[in-house]
Write a protein that binds this ligand. Structure first.
Ligand SMILES: Cc1cc2nc3c(=O)[nH]c(=O)nc-3n(C[C@H](O)[C@H](O)[C@H](O)COP(=O)(O)O)c2cc1C
Length: 367
């Protein structure tokens, strides 16, 4: 395989060949039977396109905005802990790759490079993903993120209990690198060690945040707040009631809870419940331009990719992340033209065939 990768599948195959086996397993793993991970992608396949023809599709606009930041394509980079597993330049390379594609990167609390360094790398806008590990640690992280120029706080809500991956348990896997945001303080590193992605992850000594503590979090910063991992209309409803600015519909790539719906199946009820009061995004299982098109037509403002960022890094560092994103841009651009669409902000829901009874599971439970 000496030619340039033409699809994300190619990036995945090459990354598998180049990464150490246990790192590869850690990145690919899902919770327990991994059925949620599989369902993320199969749910996208269950949605079918209904193309419209004899329209002028010569000029197609892929750019959009997310919480006011301009991005040149509606595909962002997910927050994911520890990019040094795939490339020595880690999150710095990811930030450069995302910047080359003029899109947004979300940086994990568990990054290998400190947030201040990542903030300086690459030209694109950045959001900081937060794991709450106690009031003191959270306050320190949020203040640093605001100071460093991150444009939003993304609170991950779908890790209330640990979720070791069986592959990692078999491999006795341990993340070999320290967490960049805690290098200064051994105490803080200890508080954060083994965050959700490692097999030795343990419940933090402090309880997870609850709805009535969001006000406290908001009071720490003037930055907008995005909740990542919301999966039901019920929670989306509470989120907008609490003034949340964005909802990232996500199954955490199927890494946290087994036997759930795929992310795109949850999207319609969450879009409905958020009633235009919060921007809605989606991650988990996005692998093709058609997946982006489907999610946007169902009401997502933009999507994000997780595992593919590691594949891009493993193949060619920053250039690989950029190349992976450009594959999605090319595919999306093609699919828009093929379906008679010219603007990602004006996609028609009618271009998607949704199987009967699909995607309306919880909407009726809202008060
Ligand atoms: C190796 C790995 C580490 C991750 N670490 C985090 C993290 O630190 N914080 C977080 O909110 N999500 C984390 N995620 C979840 C991603 O943000 C995202 O929800 C998921 O990867 C999207 O699914 P996809 O991999 O199918 O694109 C991680 C995912 C992977 C694969």
């Amino acid at each position: 395989m000496s030619d340039a990768p033409v699809s994300l599948r190619d990036y995945e195959a090459r990354a598998k060949l180049s990464l150490p086996h246990n790192h590869w397993e850690f990145i690919e793993a899902g919770a327990m039977t991994e059925s949620t991970t599989r369902r993320n992608t199969s749910a996208f396949e269950d949605l079918k396109l209904r193309p419209r023809f004899l329209r002028d599709v010569e000029n197609r606009k892929l750019s959009t905005t997310v919480l006011g930041s301009e991005i040149s394509l509606p595909v962002m980079v997910c927050p994911a802990g520890g990019h040094k597993l795939a490339h020595p330049d880690g999150e710095l390379a990811t930030a450069r790759g995302a910047g080359m594609s003029n899109t947004l990167m979300m940086l994990s609390t568990s990054s290998h490079y400190p947030m201040e360094q990542v903030a300086e790398a690459g030209a694109g806008p950045k959001w900081f993903q937060l794991y709450h590990r106690g009031y003191e640690v959270t306050e320190m992280l949020v203040h640093r993120a605001e100071e460093a120029g991150f444009k939003a706080i993304v609170l991950t809500v779908d890790t209330p209990v640990p979720s070791p991956k069986e592959r990692d348990v078999h491999n006795h896997y341990e993340n070999p690198f320290p967490l960049g945001n805690f290098i200064a303080s051994a105490e803080q590193t200890a508080a954060m060690s083994g965050t959700d992605e490692a097999p030795n992850w343990r419940p933090s000594q402090v309880p997870a945040l609850k709805w009535d503590e969001l006000e406290w979090l908001r009071g720490l910063t003037s930055l907008p707040l995005v909740l990542k991992g919301v999966r039901t209309a019920e929670d989306a409803h509470i989120a907008v009631e609490n003034g949340v600015n964005g909802i990232l519909v996500s199954t955490h790539g199927g890494r946290q809870i087994d036997q759930t719906l795929g992310a795109v199946e949850m999207l319609p009820e969450i879009v409905e419940a958020s009633r235009g009061q919060a921007e809605v995004y989606l991650d988990s299982g996005v692998r093709r331009g058609a997946d982006v098109l489907k999610a946007l037509a169902l009401g997502a403002r933009a999507v994000a990719v997780g595992r593919p960022l590691y594949w891009g890094l493993a193949v060619a560092g920053a250039e690989g992340v950029h190349g992976m994103l450009e594959v999605l841009r090319r595919e999306l651009d093609h699919d828009m033209g093929a379906c008679g669409q010219t603007d990602v902000e004006e996609l028609e829901p009618g271009i998607i065939h949704v199987p009967q009874g699909w995607g309306t599971f919880g909407a009726t439970n809202i008060p």
